[in-house]
Design a protein around this ligand. Structure first.
Ligand code: C5P
Length: 401
């Protein structure tokens, strides 16, 4: 999403300004054209030359600077920019932006720009929590700026609290959010992710290798594209993507309960969770004692959530399942599509390198009643976006019917 984008990186005068060098470098590596605009006080913390070397472009401080070759006169740059990222943003610059003050290259260019703007405040906790700063941030939100919440921790001034500049990954991700088309605006999407766990006794459970990465990538991409997202998640080590409502569940039955009660108001349901087919017939009240050489567990079938949704979907609802098979993948997946009355099945073959549990990539075939489209190995984020585009197409077709 960032390839060939023109990003204006605003760097203001806080100690976190040195971190903006890494950010600029990463944006360049992601294929962006990066123009850095610095406030005068930012130059006290880091030299413009650092950014010029990293970006290959003049880092401009003074509006009246004429000592450069490229035409970065503020209005020209404002027009070229695909997005603005101001990181770190001091309380002072936030206040100026909130009130339309334009007294240097950075603030004049922001004021002239109509592209998406992301602001990452970083400052002392007292300054951040001051109602004046909070009001200014709210004003910026109301004007359509995206605000990245600062992290908590030990600050440069040795205070402990909120005010640290988040990692470059978080900032880049916020930038991608801001640049993303909002084609899922107004659409309600429910995603399930991760494994289910079936308790044997108070200390043990049966589960599977699902990391939840695929489902979380879908939830995140859907939220980024403007959907109202509910993520029903089994036990994973992942944190909820921004703007997503997460509902934690443990067992398949709990997942069934949470999904089915929310189903009527959803437009699209994507079942990326690896749901256990069976659970122990009885959950023992006390820890099972070690006894003989072998042990037999009696299991009973879990409800099939996707099949239930297929049976109960109303006109215009789209449901999608995932299929993992070690053999006869396409044939089995097509059977699943029909049996569970799904609109699309994402088949991923565990035997292909780069697909499956725990990894960041996936190799899938998307199967609908009409076709089966194979995709090359892609990142789980790319699979998520491609899948959402397909499902949106199906939804629109259904709603047009
Ligand atoms: O039948 P199978 O488990 O292979 O189907 C996989 C798809 O069905 C996945 O989308 C999974 O989330 C869903 N499923 C379910 N409830 C179950 C088992 C699987 O919703 N009990």
């Amino acid at each position: 999403m960032l390839t060939n984008k023109t990003i204006v990186l605003g760097v203001t005068g806080g100690i976190a300004a040195y971190k903006a060098a890494d950010l600029a470098s990463r944006l360049v590596k992601r294929g962006c054209r990066v123009y850095v605009l610095m406030t005068r006080s930012a130059t006290e913390f880091i030299a413009p030359l650092t950014f010029e070397t990293l970006t290959g472009n003049k880092a401009v401080v003074d509006t009246f600077d004429r000592n450069f070759q490229w035409n970065v006169e503020h209005v020209a740059l404002a027009k070229q920019a695909d997005a603005f990222l101001i990181a770190p943003a001091t309380a002072n610059v936030i206040a100026k932006l909130a009130h339309g003050l334009a007294d240097d290259m950075l603030t004049t260019t922001v004021l002239a720009a109509s592209c998406p703007k992301v602001v990452a405040p970083a400052m002392n906790t007292g300054m951040y929590e001051n109602p004046v700063t909070q009001d200014n941030l709210q004003t910026l939100r109301d004007y359509g700026f995206s605000i990245v919440e600062p992290d908590s921790g030990v600050l440069a001034c040795k205070d402990v609290g909120k005010g640290r500049l988040p990692d470059a990954d978080v900032l880049i991700s916020a930038l991608e959010d801001a640049l993303s088309p909002k084609d899922l605006q107004g659409i309600r999407v429910l995603v399930t992710a991760g494994p289910t766990c079936e308790a044997l006794d108070p200390v043990r459970y049966i589960t599977n290798h699902s990391s939840g990465k695929m489902g979380y990538a879908i939830a995140r991409a859907a939220a980024r594209r403007g959907a109202q997202v509910t993520l029903v998640s089994g036990k994973t080590g992942l944190s909820a993507p921004a703007g997503v409502q997460r509902v934690d569940v443990f067992s398949a039955q709990e997942m069934f309960d949470q999904v089915t009660r929310r189903f009527p108001e959803q437009d699209i349901v994507i079942k990326a969770a690896a749901v256990g087919d069976y659970r122990p017939k009885q959950r023992q009240e006390h820890k099972i004692k070690k006894s003989g050489e072998t042990m037999t567990l009696q299991l009973v079938k879990n409800p099939d959530i996707l099949a239930y949704l297929g049976e109960h979907k109303r006109l215009g609802q789209v449901i999608c399942g995932f299929s993992m098979e070690t053999k006869d993948l396409l044939e089995n997946s097509r059977k699943k599509l029909e049996k569970k009355q799904a609109d699309l099945i994402v088949a991923n073959n565990l035997t292909v390198a780069g697909a499956g549990f725990g990894v960041d990539t996936n190799a899938v075939t998307m199967i609908t009643p009409e076709d089966a489209i194979p995709y090359p190995v892609m990142s789980k984020e790319q699979v998520a976006d491609e899948l959402l585009t397909r499902l949106l197409g199906i939804l629109k077709k259904k709603q047009g019917e």
